[in-house]
Write a protein that binds this ligand. Structure first.
Ligand SMILES: [Zn+2]
Length: 911
């Protein structure tokens, strides 16, 4: 495969590899990465968890950036810790990144290279800092420990039998995290973090020559010790007999199975060849075609499973082996039958392969997605390039230019008939015990029968023995719309000069806004919004409304069920969605310029021809009913429910659905409500943003939007007040396996008008508070792994409520401390704010604005807010943000947020 000629790849004598690429989209910023070819697999037995611990220490002091210097310095560039400055550790790799760095000043570029250099071999690993971080990592472990993780942790050594991988999950062992000596961590760092295991990736608006020169200057003095150990290849052996593993947990809400068929991946030396293109294509095709069948089977009568899905990829995220993995969620009590049915579908593929028509559709989808990427080739973002280079460095994956990838794929795919793909599928989807690994993640509760290994084995061997018939592909061949509606016209036209868009009024009264942009060459977005919503309906519809509010009201369009629609839209990049809230509803849509007419037809059908699709509805609600029926087992859901309930003053539509909700809901009535809410198109304002041809757009508007049924009687705006008042406390205990507390402190304004200034101050207040909390709660007191501050806006018909909220999951022993620090933080901020903290928050907001103002999705928001509330968040926004003083933010927190005295405390403790 040809290598992208635009990237400069180089190697220093000490083995360091670098990739540098100039990219102007967006202008003035760059991303910096360092990738290490090592991860938790390279730990010794006394180091389990230290690859990840080391990653944390990368932000706690280095040669040129003592203490929190890296976080502080990058924040001064507007780079946010967490969002733009981050890292991850997995089994086989560790990758660090600094994204969206402004590059106008060469010093900023040089400093970020110096940070990469410090990460590569200049970490301080101070004993005191290590001790402080133990609690943070412990908190991260607690946060990541749910039912699935507990079962996974126990099952891991069995699923990866006879391999070092079986004992190397990145989070490691807590007794090691709590007790290791600094020397043990240093030993890992010095052994593995060496230039010959490291790759630098710099992509963005930089001078490639200058960056290369600086890399040479910084790294050429670094040497690799003569006795340096090569990274050993850790294998995952084949298994002749199937491996079955079953785990149980009291917090599981639903049973789940994984059927894994291991196989070797393409060897590293083959990856840069055309073989990788063919293999990846074969894997993608197999997954897509199988999933279409499984989805169809799940919705057919007698199906014993709610959901089943397969894909080819890394076996349990390891580099050593690939696997075709199928996940199965059975209907309650039908586990064995579900495993049997899914195994049959897998076997059907193994025996008969896929049909030519299935392949045709899957191929069309694949190629149209690729074309979408290709069409946007002039606007590829830094992280997309960087990901290709990171994969090239770590896994030897090919990195062709998008032009080459597009042309080669089109040529190769044309030469691959379905028979070839079926041969590849057979290699992945096998029909015997060799390399088969099956894992069950099961509920543990009184009165529930647990599947045994023998039963699982029996189901799989039984299904294999059955005689199968070949799959028959039923397709509706008619077009989306068989007849076109009578055309309307564009009646009136005005221009909004301020935000550069056109406002059209159509002959049926519908308002349309057009904003043509060139941010992306392959994207058109649509949002149609209207007042109304669930508030129009009375209490007897409560269960139906909840189903609608949760987005479970599945339906088809025109003559097509959801399944048929998926088939009919093969090769098209277009879709629509309906979403309903308490006082409004929205239809959203998206397409490429090529598929704009398809989008228009889908919109037309959404408004005029919602089709009952009970099978799709039953599948979604069947799955969700199980989830919510057992929600009380999941402490995270219990907390979310309590939080929502407190903050909305127990508003009925905000609580989670219960089992009865699903039993009582009436599908036909749900459809009727949807149809009613869409019956009058004149209620709606349609906004189109993106790369469309205006002349064509106008024709389509007349054909498909001006023809929508509408009348003059518009739906009235609804007024619903659901906010809490005064001081509210909700302290409760929940049953859980691992002790975890969550503390929320929230403050709410009185009803205020919606203004750009108020919204901006609220956002700043939240960002400032989050910085304060991270410093006090995470860094100084190690009381939590993560803590956040959030800004929310609620509304009724004419007033707005600002909520400022601190959220902290923590160790139960630290809950009281966290609570007092959350309060302390806001009380201090109400008096005074550190100007330096605010300056960094402002810098980040300005950077985000530069990014957002080139995004179609954000333009939908700018236009929506301007039309609905008369607030312009675009013009003068930067000046406004720049002008805000620390005193203004303090005064806002004090006078608008805290003074009214609406304060809620929600605390969950383990029972
Ligand atoms: Zn971490």
């Amino acid at each position: 495969m040809p290598v992208d000629p635009e990237v400069r790849v180089g190697h220093l004598d000490n083995g360091l590899t670098y990739y540098i690429r100039h990219n102007n989209n967006p202008e003035g910023v760059a991303n910096f990465y360092i990738a290490q070819k090592v991860g938790s697999i390279n730990e010794d037995d006394d180091q389990r968890g230290l690859a990840h611990f080391l990653e944390h220490m990368a932000f706690n002091g280095s040669e040129h950036f003592p203490g929190n210097g890296i976080i502080d310095y990058t924040r001064s560039l507007g780079v946010e810790f967490g969002r733009d400055l981050n890292a991850y550790t997995s089994i086989d790799r560790t990758v660090y990144n600094i994204n969206n760095v402004p590059t106008a000043r060469q010093t900023a570029v040089d400093s970020c290279l110096l940070i990469l250099k410090d990460w590569s071999n200049g970490l301080t690993l101070d004993a005191g800092e290590i001790d402080k971080e133990r609690g943070v990592v412990h908190g991260e472990w607690r946060l990541g420990s749910g039912a699935m993780q507990r079962i996974r942790d126990a099952a891991w050594p069995q699923m990866l039998k006879d391999s070092k991988y079986g004992n190397r999950l990145p989070i490691g062992l807590m007794e090691i995290i709590d007790n290791f000596t600094p020397q043990t961590l240093r030993a890992y760092y010095e052994k593995w973090y060496r230039p010959d295991n490291q790759g630098l990736i710099i992509v963005g608006d930089v001078d490639v020559d200058k960056v290369e020169a600086k890399i040479k200057e910084l790294w050429s003095g670094v040497t690799v010790p003569a006795d340096a150990v090569k990274i050993p290849h850790e294998a995952i052996p084949d298994n002749d007999d199937a491996i079955y593993v079953i785990g149980q947990d009291k917090e599981m809400q639903q049973n789940m199975y994984m059927i894994m068929m291991k196989h070797d991946g393409l060897p590293d030396e083959m990856k840069p060849t055309m073989m990788s293109l063919i293999f990846n294509f074969g894997g993608e095709m197999t997954g897509m075609m199988l999933n279409n069948r499984l989805q169809e089977a799940a919705q057919s009568e007698g199906s014993a499973f709610l959901v089943a899905q397969g894909s080819d990829g890394k076996f349990l995220s390891t580099k050593a082996k690939d696997a075709f993995t199928t996940i199965v969620i059975p209907k309650p009590g039908q586990d064995i039958e579900a495993i049997k049915q899914v195994t049959q579908e897998l076997n059907r593929v193994n025996q008969y392969g896929f049909t030519a028509t299935e392949y045709e559709r899957a191929k069309d989808d694949y190629l149209s997605q690729l074309k979408k990427l290709y069409d946007n080739r002039a606007k590829i973002k830094n992280d997309q390039y960087a990901n290709d280079y990171i994969e090239n460095f770590l896994e030897n994956e090919p990195m062709p230019s998008i032009e080459d990838q597009y042309n080669l794929t089109n040529q190769v795919v044309k030469m691959l008939p379905v028979e070839v793909v079926n041969e590849l599928s057979k290699e992945m989807i096998t029909a015997n015990d060799t390399n088969l690994v099956v894992a069950g993640f099961l509920r543990e509760a009184e009165g529930i029968k647990v599947t045994t290994v023998d039963e699982l084995k029996g189901a799989i061997t039984g299904a294999r023995a059955e005689k199968l018939e070949a799959y028959v592909d039923n397709v509706i061949t008619e077009p989306l719309m068989t007849a076109l509606p009578k055309k309307g016209a564009i009646k009136k036209e005005t221009e909004n000069k301020q935000l550069g868009y056109k406002q059209l009024t159509l002959s049926n009264g519908v308002k349309v806004i057009l904003k043509k942009t060139d941010f992306k060459d392959n994207e058109i977005l649509m949002r149609a919004y209207a007042d109304g919503g669930l508030a129009l309906y009375g209490p007897k519809d409560d269960d139906n409304l909840k189903i609608l509010a949760m987005g479970f009201a599945e339906a088809g369009l025109g003559n097509f069920s959801q399944r048929d629609l998926t088939k009919a839209l093969a090769g098209k990049q277009a879709g629509v969605d309906f979403d309903i809230d308490v006082t409004d509803q929205t239809v959203t849509g998206h397409s490429t310029p090529d598929d704009l007419e398809t989008l228009m037809q889908l919109i037309y059908l959404q408004f005029t021809a919602i089709k009952s699709d009970k099978a799709a509805y039953d599948q979604t609600t069947g799955y969700m009913a199980e989830q919510f029926k057992n929600a009380s087992l999941n402490p995270q859901l219990v907390f979310t429910d309590s939080l929502q309930s407190t903050l909305t003053n127990h508003y009925k539509l905000s609580s989670l659905p219960k089992a009865e909700t699903f039993e009582n809901a009436d599908y036909e009535r749900i459809l009727q409500i949807q149809r009613e809410r869409l019956a009058n198109a004149a209620d709606y304002t349609f906004v189109f943003v993106g790369n469309f041809d205006e002349a064509i757009m106008r024709q389509y508007l007349e054909q498909y939007i001006a023809s929508l049924p509408a009348n003059k009687k518009l739906t009235k705006k609804q007024s619903v007040k659901h906010v809490w008042n005064g001081h509210v406390e909700n302290r409760f205990k929940a049953k859980m396996q691992d002790g975890q507390s969550i503390v929320v402190e929230a403050w709410r304004s009185n009803g205020v008008p919606y203004t750009v200034e108020g919204r901006t101050l609220l956002k700043m207040a939240a960002d400032v508070l989050e910085a304060v909390y991270l410093k006090s709660i995470r860094e100084e007191h190690s009381a939590s792994y993560t803590v956040s501050a959030q800004a929310d806006v609620d509304t009724d018909a004419d007033e707005f409520y600002y909520t400022l909220l601190g959220y902290c999951p923590c160790d139960p022993d630290k809950a009281q401390l966290a609570e007092s620090l959350l309060k302390q933080g806001i009380e201090d901020a109400a008096k005074a704010i550190d100007p330096e903290v605010l300056a960094k928050v402002k810098e980040a907001m300005l950077n985000h604005f530069d990014e957002d103002s080139k995004s179609n999705n954000h333009w939908l928001n700018y236009i929506f807010r301007n039309e609905k509330y008369g607030t312009d968040f675009y013009n003068g926004y930067k000046e406004r943000v720049s002008a805000v003083t620390p005193e203004q933010v303090s005064a806002f927190i004090r006078d608008v947020i805290m003074k009214p005295g609406h304060h809620a405390e929600i605390v969950m403790m383990p029972e």
